[in-house]
Design a protein around this ligand. Structure first.
Ligand SMILES: Cc1cc2nc3c(=O)[nH]c(=O)nc-3n(C[C@H](O)[C@H](O)[C@H](O)COP(=O)(O)OP(=O)(O)OC[C@H]3O[C@@H](n4cnc5c(N)ncnc54)[C@H](O)[C@@H]3O)c2cc1C
Ligand SMILES: *[C@@H]1O[C@H](CO)[C@@H](O)[C@H](O)[C@H]1NC(C)=O
Ligand SMILES: *[C@@H]1O[C@H](CO)[C@@H](O)[C@H](O)[C@H]1NC(C)=O
Ligand SMILES: *[C@@H]1O[C@H](CO)[C@@H](O)[C@H](O)[C@H]1NC(C)=O
Length: 497
């Protein structure tokens, strides 16, 4: 069973102790006693419970709770919320369970609410709105929308869940053209702590609507996301790999591309360096959301000698499965991120330290099969302007991009076993801290950590800035006056104290 581990890395993300009151037998039996939840409460050692633990992207996150409850409707969620509040039950909540850190989406001493069976997608072709349940993953959502010839501003990997992705922002193949996933939400259906079911949109509970665009699980259980669709299901994109000797030209082309991104909103670029367990790779992901192949924005990239490409035009539903990321399910993953000015020195430093730390990790855990992926992707002024046009979000990026394009960097480390992770985790943190220290030293650190990529100790919400924190605290006070989602929720990122 892949459960708790105690590495330096995960200790940094401690789960708060349960408040008095609710205990295992009381909370789980109260849930099981509700007729509508019959058969939907899973207990330890049962086959269903054990099978659910295998569905977490990262073994770090696959915490074994007192029991799990799998709602199948908004009404089920309302019944669950009442039990949680009345019996003071500590809880975790998960949709796709693709956040990696220990405590991101589950809980040990409490009840895990697992939205996986609320995974339907429907489409209203008159309003051009897709209604997507949070437990769907983006692959399923794209499949459902494909027959209507439309897509959504969703994940770039089919396995990623809708609930966490959207409430944490959501960087999509359409983000330069349409903003983040959250900026395309017309309406959230939400179950509040007292069990009431509300809509949050531009004209009703607008403060909650805005708070959920980046505020994650701090206000309620999101039970449906109504999103304006993209009126095309086509995409051009794929991977291009290079010899590592092309590092400087690839990085310079990335920097130039990011500088000019506001002039071609459909084209996007990611550059990655990866240790895949056997070799170091340099690769990019090129995409165009208007399905234009070889857009002029990529001229500089195309001039670089490559070793292979997978570029093609097709349905988004067919193309995204190739972008499923570095590893299969159930390994010990941890992701962490930061953001800097669009400065090539940052890229070169991250790459140089990648080589150095991969070697240190190999020396520390010689038997381990592990991967270390670093990724650079632009956050631009146009992305942020889409947000304000759509009613605003709480990501707090307006000031961050005021001087122009920025680099969002990600370090994702995936280790085969818990014992090896213990050896590698301190080096991972050193690597991250070195990048932050360097960016600060040369004056380019923007001190912003993307929630969907952040490690448990990175306080992404605090880094949204004082203005956003004020909005978020006001919404929490209004919609969750008893602070159930701050005190009893043992998973995910909280509002700063
Ligand atoms: C292979 C891979 C590819 C990725 N690609 C991208 C990408 O292209 N762009 C990007 O932006 N991110 C990407 N991510 C990161 C991803 O956005 C986050 O991991 C996100 O949290 C996944 O959503 P989930 O539903 O699986 O989250 P979960 O891990 O299930 O939940 C994460 C958090 O969201 C909150 N939450 C979940 N469900 C609900 C709900 N119903 N109501 C309220 N709050 C809820 C919870 O509080 C929880 O703390 C990727 C991750 C992986 C592993
Ligand atoms: C929803 O999840 C169930 C159970 O995992 C699965 O069988 C079904 O195909 C999913 N539905 C959709 C629409 O993807
Ligand atoms: C906003 O919420 C109200 C109240 O529930 C609802 O009547 C309306 O249809 C919602 N608007 C959208 C765009 O979903
Ligand atoms: C990759 O290399 C091939 C062969 O040299 C070339 O034809 C192609 O244009 C290159 N593609 C990219 C995206 O660089």
């Amino acid at each position: 069973m892949k459960v708790s581990i105690a590495s330096a890395l995960v200790l940094a993300a401690a789960v708060p102790a349960a408040t008095a009151a609710g205990d295992a037998s009381c909370c789980c039996s109260a849930l099981a006693a509700i007729p509508a939840l019959k058969g939907k409460v899973y207990v330890p050692e049962s086959a269903k419970y054990e099978a659910r633990l295998q569905t977490y992207y990262s073994a770090n996150a696959a915490l074994a709770p007192w029991c799990m409850v799998l709602p199948e409707s908004t009404k089920d969620v309302s019944s669950i919320a009442k039990v949680i509040s009345n019996k003071q039950c500590p809880f975790g909540m998960r949709s796709g369970a693709h956040s990696a850190w220990k405590g991101s989406n589950g809980i040990e001493k409490g009840v895990t609410i697992d939205f996986s069976y609320m995974n339907a997608t429907t489409y209203d072709s008159k309003k051009k709105i897709a209604s997507i349940q949070p437990g769907s993953n983006w692959g399923e959502a794209y499949e459902a929308l494909n027959k209507y010839g439309v897509a959504a501003v969703g994940g770039r990997a089919s396995v990623v869940g809708v609930g966490g992705f959207t409430t944490g922002g959501g960087y999509s193949f359409h983000t330069n053209a349409r903003g983040f996933s959250c900026d395309n939400v017309a309406n959230f259906e939400v179950v509040l702590a007292d069990g009431s079911i509300v809509n949050a949109n531009k004209s009703k509970n607008a403060d909650l609507w805005k708070a959920l665009k980046g505020g994650s699980g701090n206000f309620g259980f999101v039970t449906r996301i109504d999103q304006y669709v993209v009126e095309s299901n086509k995409l051009w994109g794929g991977f291009v790999t290079y010899d590592l000797s092309e590092r400087d030209t690839v990085f310079q082309s990335y920097i130039d591309f990011a500088e000019n991104m506001d002039s071609d909103l459909a084209s996007q670029l990611i550059v990655s360096v990866q240790w895949d367990g056997t070799k170091r790779l340099l690769l990019s992901v090129l995409s165009n959301s208007d399905a234009i192949d070889n857009a002029p924005a990529f001229d500089e990239m195309f001039a670089i000698a490559n070793t292979s490409t997978t570029l093609s035009t097709g349905d988004i539903a067919d193309l995204v499965p190739q972008f499923t990321g570095p590893t299969p399910l159930g390994l010990y993953a941890n992701w962490m991120a930061g953001l800097t000015s669009n400065d090539i020195r940052v890229m070169k430093f991250v790459e140089r330290k990648h080589l150095e730390y991969v070697n240190k990790m190999k020396a520390a855990a010689p038997d381990s099969v592990f991967s270390v992926l670093v990724q650079f992707q632009p956050v631009t002024q146009s992305m942020v302007q889409h947000s304000s046009k759509a009613g605003g979000n709480v990501l707090g990026l307006e000031d961050i991009v005021a001087d122009g394009a920025t680099i969002m960097w990600l370090i994702a480390v995936t280790v085969d076993t818990e014992a090896n992770q213990k050896k590698i985790a301190p080096l991972t943190l050193q690597y991250r801290n070195a990048v932050n220290a360097y960016a600060t030293k040369i004056g380019v650190n923007k001190n912003w950590n993307y929630l969907n990529y952040a490690l448990g100790d990175q306080e992404p919400i605090k880094h949204y800035g004082a203005k956003s924190v004020k909005i978020l605290k006001a919404a929490a006070k209004k919609y969750d006056p008893k602070a159930v989602f701050q005190k009893l929720r043992g998973s995910g990122f909280k509002l700063p104290a």
